[in-house]
Design a protein around this ligand. Structure first.
Ligand code: SF4
Length: 257
């Protein structure tokens, strides 16, 4: 594999044509190259799901210094809260953000978009701002569901904020393969049959279909997104360092909202 990212790569082709070892190497290289450029301003968004566990481990292989943040809500299942405590104890460089302001009861049922915006998107914006992030790293994968097919490994959704999706081209089974081979602990809910984890009222065990099919069942948001991958996150549009983010010159192009 070339050491330089190729612009306009066909993501779907990469999903099928690269083998597991090549995908791991590619993900490590993406993080390494971004870390060389952004240093401490590269931060991992850790949702505590299986994909985040992979990305967090990959990032730690690149540098133990890499920081991360977790966005939590009071609606997270007790298993997720417990897993969060364990992860933060293991990795004190993981910071936890939440919005505990009062919102209407059962807003998740009447207006899940607003609930997610208040509980997830706003704390993510706060994390990006407070931690001085210029490049955030996510566990987003293009085979997870209908809303995740149109992404690239390197994006600039907000000007001055690079988003790196190093395992974008991984299959679900490759995520589990990596977790097993590296003996990485995961949230206990996976043993119950969940394939995608969110807040308790909005996550169900499903069979077949998309990985995210159990999210927001019974609402217009079913199988959809909380908003952190679709809403603007950085309001300050000035490049923080005034530097030329050369990684952008190599980024795969995508029409960004
Ligand atoms: S996943 Fe559900 S409970 Fe959690 S923030 Fe979104 S709507 Fe609210």
């Amino acid at each position: 594999m070339s050491s330089t990212l190729v612009v306009h790569e066909d993501v779907k082709k990469l999903v099928e044509e690269l083998n597991f070892a090549e995908k791991v190497e590619r993900a490590l290289r993406l993080i390494r190259e971004a870390y060389e450029q952004y240093g401490n301003r590269l931060v991992v968004a850790n949702s505590l799901g299986k994909d985040s566990c992979v990305v967090w481990d990959l990032a730690k292989r690149v540098s133990p210094e890499i920081r991360g943040f977790i966005v939590t809500t009071r609606f997270k299942p007790s298993e997720t809260k417990q897993f969060m405590r364990e992860e933060v104890a293991r990795y004190p460089e993981l910071r936890v953000f939440s919005n505990d302001e009062s919102i209407p009861d059962r807003l998740y049922a009447s207006d899940p978009d607003r609930c997610c915006d208040e509980r997830k998107v706003q704390p993510t914006r706060e994390a990006i701002e407070e931690m001085g992030v210029d490049c955030w790293v996510t566990g987003l994968r293009c085979t997870e569901g209908r809303t995740r097919t149109d992404y690239q490994e390197i994006e600039e959704r907000d000007e001055g904020l690079i988003k790196l999706n190093p395992i974008l081209i991984w299959h679900e089974r490759e995520v589990w393969q990596y977790l097993a081979l590296r003996q990485i602990p995961v949230n206990a809910l996976y043993a119950e049959g969940y394939r995608s984890l969110g807040c308790a009222p909005c996550s169900r065990i499903t069979s077949g279909g998309d990985e995210r099919a159990g999210r927001w069942i019974g609402t217009s948001k079913c199988g959809g997104e909380c908003g952190i991958h679709t809403q603007p996150l950085k309001t300050n549009r000035e490049l923080v360092h005034g530097q030329d983010p050369s990684i952008l010159g190599r980024r795969q192009e995508r029409n960004v909202a």
